[in-house]
Design a protein around this ligand. Structure first.
Ligand SMILES: [Zn+2]
Length: 401
């Protein structure tokens, strides 16, 4: 196993779901040494003329090392026609985003790693590696564009050169002093393991600033394209959910990577600053409420989850179907308007029990509706409320919200 793929393994064991340029950081920060060298003043706002050739050289070397690792299995467009369609699409998207970026001179090549991890990273030569797991997890082209825009953002901010310059300032003396301070009294074996984590911590420490910069650059790129920048937020929300589901992500004092929740807030602020509307439902492929009729009832459902069921009663006005259609319409309108789970409520007693969302009546429970459930109208309304809320839980679990 090469040193490089060993580092990949560490990252994988972290189940690092946040978007990272892990290959790049792994390569450039894994060799801190004691030679004091003046760090070149790389400024992404005023790049030195020789920056790009150096980045391409760094990136080409890293790409060669990466791609020869047996752990990296790339989709091959020459062998798989489906992969070709996917790669053509991703490369077209990257080209559009690069044009809208602050460094349109960088030529991007998207590659797909055939692995279920939800991750992506970039190299400074313009290679963007996206894991198949992340492609499967995004809900729309807008979200895919947000991933690519983020990776392009790393290159626009010259993170490879800046990370290298920072790494050269590190000395083993400093690292050893830190280790002694934090891990005093540990055995040699523990120290060896600990030093791996220490390096990981340093890498993550550098990561914070850069991930935030890349997110911000990504929103600015997306604003200039036909892709919806709201996707940056919905994507981060999804990562936030993933983080919450994976307690092994917690690395204690090394948990310095910006949480997805922070990144959600920052991306939202960037969208507000750009003066564009936040329209999450347009980019995250949310499901719609539909109406289904059976022998004795008309149901309002999203996927297989029932929100409300109306009893079929002869000569009733409005009919059960009309009531269901109205309820489904209200639900869909409110979902599009970014309805939150806590806004789903009930009110009234057994004479006028109602299901409400954001204060709007979705449906009123009739005695016949309650009878379908063998319960009282008030309890039936609560059941509808709980069903409606379950949609949100489910969508969270499926990563659709
Ligand atoms: Zn990143």
């Amino acid at each position: 196993m090469t040193r490089y793929s060993g580092e990949m393994q560490i990252w994988r064991s972290m189940r690092a779901v946040a978007l990272c340029f892990l290959g790049l950081v792994g390569l450039t920060l894994s060799y801190p040494h004691s030679r004091a060298s003046a760090a070149p003043a790389y400024s992404p706002d005023n790049p030195p003329p020789n920056a790009l050739p150096k980045e391409i050289e760094m990136g080409d070397k890293a790409a060669a090392e990466l791609e020869k690792s047996p752990k990296i299995k790339l989709l091959d467009p020459n062998k798989d026609p489906q992969a070709k369609v996917l790669l053509d699409k991703l490369n077209k998207m990257a080209g559009e985003l690069a044009k809208a970026s602050t460094r349109p001179e960088i030529k991007y090549t998207v590659k797909v790693i055939n692995d279920k991890d939800m991750n992506a990273f970039t190299l400074p030569n313009g290679h963007i590696y996206v894991y198949k797991g992340l492609i499967d997890a995004v809900a729309s082209d807008d979200e895919m564009a947000a991933v690519l825009a983020h990776e392009i953002g790393h290159n626009c901010r010259m993170h490879a050169l800046r990370a290298e310059a920072k790494a050269k300032k590190l000395s083993w003396v400093n690292v050893a002093a830190l280790l002694g301070m934090v891990a005093g009294g540990r055995s040699g074996a523990d120290m060896a393991a600990f030093s791996q984590y220490m390096l990981l911590g340093i890498m993550n420490g550098y990561g914070i600033e850069y991930e935030k910069e890349a997110d911000s650059a990504a929103v600015k790129e997306l604003v200039k394209t036909t892709y919806n920048p709201s996707a940056m937020v919905t994507l981060m929300e999804r990562f936030d959910q993933e983080e919450k589901r994976m307690p092994d992500m917690n690395l204690g004092i090394f948990q310095t990577h910006p949480t997805s929740a922070e990144r959600v807030a920052a991306a939202m602020a960037d969208i507000m600053e750009a003066g564009i509307p936040f329209t999450p439902r347009d980019v995250k492929g949310g499901q719609e409420a539909t109406v289904a009729e059976t022998l004795d009832r008309v149901s309002v459902k999203i996927d297989a989850v029932t929100i409300a069921e109306f009893a079929l009663v002869p000569n009733q006005t409005p009919s059960a179907k009309e009531r269901a259609q109205k309820a489904a319409q209200q639900v869909n309108d409110l979902l599009k308007a970014n309805l939150k789970m806590h806004e789903i409520t009930v009110d009234g007693d057994d004479h006028n029990a109602r299901l409400l969302a954001r204060g709007v009546e979705i449906a009123r429970v009739t005695p016949a509706d309650a009878k379908l459930e063998n319960t009282t109208p008030s309890l039936c309304a609560q059941k509808w409320r709980d069903g409606f809320k379950r949609i949100f839980w489910r969508e969270n679990i499926n990563g659709k919200l």
